[in-house]
Write a protein that binds this ligand. Sequence first.
Ligand code: CTP
Ligand code: MG
Length: 227
Amino acid sequence: MGDAVVILVAAGRGERLGLEVPKAFAWVAGRPLIVHAAASAFESPEVGSVIVAVPPGSEDEARRALEPFGPCDVVVGGETRQASVRAALGSGAASSEILVCHDAARPFASPALFGAVIGAVAGADGAVPVLPFVDTVKRVRDGFVTGTESRDELVVVQTPQAFRAEALRESHARAERDGVELTDDAGALERAGYRVAAVPGEASNFKITTPEDLARAEAIASELARG
Ligand code: CTP
Ligand code: MG
């Protein structure tokens, strides 16, 4: 067993999904999203433990759900994703040299993908999974196209994202100091001048956002179960 610590952000409300329960506790293929994500992380030999950030009041439920899979620390998340990562960074359990941030809303990241980003940190300060951008990308202002972007260097970014712990902490502290809100953790490192490597992502590793995504996840899960 390796000793990378995975920060699982699960403290969002899931407003676009629109269920009674927070999104991380929505069920797909017989278990909650948070369990899919944690189980996959623990299956990766490089991962030693998980810190999960949950909405206030969900701590016991999270602990009960994840404890069977491996060592797990539970913290209450914040108002934003970034604040939830910061809450996890404040846990004494975030003590390893490599920290991996992962969205609980991505149930299909494979154990190998955790291994790939953790491995890629050896040559950088962080590593993120990316997929090529397949559609043509344009800029639109006031309803009219103003230009076409070159697609060559554009990618779509996923989690898990792995970091040297020190670089992640410093970048988050800097973003907070500067009052900057970011949608992923690599963004904090980029603006702090750190080097972030790109590794191949996985098409099945999409983020569950809407009810349609949940239906698609259910279909993928039963496909995977059939082999
Ligand atoms: N997240 C978090 N704390 C927040 C907001 C988001 O830990 N304050 C987590 C979510 O639980 C999710 C991931 O960050 O695993 C990606 O966020 P998103 O897909 O936007 O989830 P929600 O914020 O829950 O959904 P919505 O924006 O529809 O409310
Ligand atoms: Mg959100």
